[in-house]
Write a protein that binds this ligand. Structure first.
Ligand SMILES: *Cc1c(COP(=O)(O)O)cnc(C)c1O
Length: 357
């Protein structure tokens, strides 16, 4: 049965990318080999690697002031790599807007004088603090934010003004809307939400920031080492990079991030409009801070939520269970979720509501 997969990650991938990977699987481009078994030092792999990097540069408008690194360890490893590379004065401020932001903050605390600049935990992370009211400390190395909060369904629509570097965990909304990379000094993202299969972690970092890692920073986590080696210091996640390249080609064929953003806003708009006009489903997030990637919602009670998840799955709408910290449901509608998937979800929601009344 064909399903629509609303998983928060790993998540649905573009059909075109999956079909191309299937076509290429046994014999990539006449090489007689699969990318899955190919030396990462071979010319044919190197072409894939470099095409992926240059497509990402093109799609996001990343200029030569930045390195684009293809690493492993997930976004979670960046929670420690960021302080280990960027703490020079030893101080940084974090804005905590969700569970992953909190993890990043806790991890950084091991390495320096790390302060909580603002948090939205008082209302279970259902909003983004007013960035204009946040006061950062002087003499800090960077401010860390999470641009889209995957579990709670919020996103920043305005960035804090910082005098130092701005670091962003963009795991769940990279490539979903046009962003000015120049507003950031470091961006990181696990691939498994909007880019490709799990295994690849993208880091986009200002070149001038990589030269003063803390002495204890492990070799594998040093951005400078990875940059000097074009992310081929050791074996990279070759197959994941190859599939990410196919996703980048797909985004480009769709007209780039600008066009993808329009579709994403349309999809999210359909779902939020439906929820807002219903007196059965509720989305708890402050309207101005809503994510266009992750949409949490609940029915009037927990038993009905559980029934919803079960019946939705039986109807080919899978992985709609909300995160255990929030409960209810969550529809992750990343770039690769087609408009028809969101429409199918709304049709099911209507049908389910009628049944319950
Ligand atoms: C999924 C996610 C993470 C964790 O990513 P891993 O690659 O599993 O370490 C971190 N931050 C955000 C915002 C996420 O959505």
């Amino acid at each position: 049965m064909k399903v629509y997969n609303f998983s928060a990650g790993p998540s649905t991938l573009p059909r075109q990318a999956l079909e191309q990977a299937q076509k290429d699987f046994l014999d990539y481009n006449g090489s007689g080999m699969s990318v899955a078994e190919m030396s990462h030092r071979s010319k044919v792999y190197e072409e894939i690697h470099n095409e992926a990097i240059s497509l990402l540069r093109e799609l996001m408008g990343i200029n030569d002031d930045y390195y684009v690194l293809f690493l492993q360890g997930g976004a979670s490893t960046q929670f420690e790599a960021v302080p280990l590379n960027l703490l020079v004065k030893g101080r940084a401020d974090y804005i905590v807007t969700g569970n992953f932001a909190k993890k990043a903050y806790k991890e950084a605390k091991k390495y320096g004088d790390i302060a909580l600049a603002a948090s939205s935990e008082d209302k279970n992370f259902t909003y983004i603090p007013d960035v204009d009211k946040i006061e950062f400390r002087d003499d800090i190395d960077y401010v860390h934010i999470t641009t889209n909060n995957t579990i709670f369904g919020t996103k920043y629509n305005k960035l804090p003004k910082v005098k130092t570097s701005l670091v962003a965990d963009m795991s769940s909304n990279i490539l979903s809307e046009v962003m000015d990379v120049n507003a950031f000094d470091l961006i990181y993202a696990g691939a498994q939400k909007n880019i490709g299969p799990a295994g690849l972690t993208v880091v986009i970092v200002k070149k001038e920031l990589v030269n003063n890692p803390m002495p204890i920073c492990p070799t594998m986590l040093r951005y400078a080492i990875q940059a000097e080696n074009n992310s081929l210091y050791n074996t990279p996640p070759c197959f994941s990079i190859y599939m990410s390249m196919l996703t980048f080609r797909w985004i480009k064929s769709m007209g780039g991030v600008k066009e993808i953003q329009k579709i994403n806003e349309y999809k999210a708009g359909l779902l939020y409009d439906f929820i807002d006009n219903s007196d059965f489903y509720v989305n708890p997030v402050a309207a101005e801070d809503r994510s266009i990637m992750n949409v949490p919602f609940v029915t009037p009670d927990k038993d009905t939520d559980a029934l919803f998840v079960k019946e939705a799955a039986a109807n080919g709408l899978v992985s709609l269970k909300g995160h255990r910290l929030v409960g209810g449901m969550r529809a992750s509608i990343y770039n690769a979720m087609p408009v028809e998937g969101v429409k199918a979800l709304i049709d099911f929601m209507k049908k389910f509501e009628k049944q319950q009344r």
